[in-house]
Design a protein around this ligand. Structure first.
Ligand code: SF4
Length: 359
């Protein structure tokens, strides 16, 4: 079947996905064009913002790709004060971002759980609950997820990173702390509780095949998630996975592969939210714009106080690390207009797919 014929299909099978992932040149452009067309038809040209607050880089885990893994002694550890978090949330509200996302290394101790509960409640008090809240705080018990949901968080992002078990254990230690099946159970738990659940993967990992990537997309559809974040893998020199950095696709190939993943998923799940990850912009100055033009519709501008940002580098040379939130605000607005999109201010920007399913 030709690329053109596949792009007309209503339901993509694994072989179709693999075909589309292998496209180059004009055929790849056809795919990206089709994804943009689908997005504009179903979701209009709106881009939603989530003001990102990197709450703490203290983590109990040691994922093999991550710059803030607990075994990296070069990182200076920090945790924002509650007042700093609330200040970030107030700034998000003032700038009209509509939503915040609290991200942190993984901790499960009662003090952490209670602190997050308090923070969610306090953010909810800002202008009578006008800010949407996404959490990205790793694997937690069902009880903890429920507690945070009841406090007012309504979206949760837990990337599977690799939906293939074998690949998962090539990028995570194979031990009790990094259990593939527990991660799957956590995603199920979030879906059951009623969160708008997001997941995602890295693209261009060592050992990753097109077959793995096609399975990742099928996994998202099978789980019927409300949002997905996918970005190119960027090797961090202070991590064990860095030893394989010479075995991964080139920067250009990883960027193109990421764009194709976004575009194919937009065809498969036309109304979910999809993040244009900062990692795209790190490897390509126009990476975020390209991701939006390929079907993504969410951007997460960083609100973390600047003095902490250098210590939250899951991958190196992260884009916009030195930008002040106010600069980011203007820059993003101009960048989105330049590609015919508009930021929807003062709105939660919920996943349309999720909202329809709930009705
Ligand atoms: S990826 Fe997340 S859970 Fe893994 S080491 Fe990094 S911060 Fe911790």
């Amino acid at each position: 079947m030709s690329t053109k014929e596949i792009l007309e299909k209503q339901h993509l099978e694994k072989e179709d996905i693999k075909h589309l992932l292998s496209t180059t040149g004009r055929e790849m452009e056809m795919l990206l064009h089709k994804a943009l067309e689908v997005k504009l038809n179903r979701l209009d040209n709106y881009v939603h913002l989530r003001g990102l607050i990197e709450f703490s880089n203290i983590c109990r885990k040691s994922c093999l790709y991550c710059g803030v893994r607990s075994k990296n002694s070069k990182v200076e550890r920090y945790t924002l004060t509650e007042e700093e978090v609330i200040e970030c949330a107030r700034l998000a509200h003032q700038l009209g971002y509509g939503s915040v996302a609290i991200q942190s290394g993984e901790r499960n101790d009662p003090a952490f759980v209670e602190q997050i509960t308090r923070l969610v409640r306090r953010i909810k008090e800002i202008d009578h609950g006008s800010l949407g809240i996404t959490l990205s705080l790793g694997e937690q018990s069902d009880e903890t997820y429920r507690q945070w949901f009841e406090a007012g968080a309504h979206r949760y992002l837990l990337r599977i990173e690799a939906s293939n078990e074998e690949l998962y254990y090539k990028i995570h230690p194979h031990d009790e702390q990094h259990d593939f099946h527990r991660r799957l159970a956590c995603i199920d738990s979030l879906l059951n509780i009623g969160y708008q659940t997001g997941t995602g993967v890295m693209v261009g990992l060592p050992f990753q095949t097109l077959d793995n990537l096609a399975d990742d997309l099928l996994f998202f559809r099978h789980k019927d998630v409300a949002m997905v974040g996918m970005g190119p893998y960027i090797p961090h020199p202070d991590t064990p996975l860095y030893q394989y950095a010479d075995q991964i696709p080139s920067v250009k190939e990883r960027m193109e592969l990421t764009l194709k993943m976004i575009a194919i998923l937009r065809l498969m799940m036309p109304e979910i939210n999809m993040v244009a990850a900062t990692a795209n912009q790190t490897i390509d100055p126009l990476g975020r714009e390209k991701a939006i033009a390929a079907g993504a519709n969410v951007i997460m501008p960083n609100l973390t106080p600047n003095q902490y940002r250098e210590d939250y580098l899951i991958y190196p040379d992260k884009a916009c690390v030195s930008d002040k939130p106010e600069e980011c605000y203007t820059c993003l607005d101009i960048r989105m207009k330049a590609i015919g999109h508009q930021i929807l201010y003062n709105a939660w920007g919920d996943s349309v797919a999720f909202t329809k399913k709930k009705k």
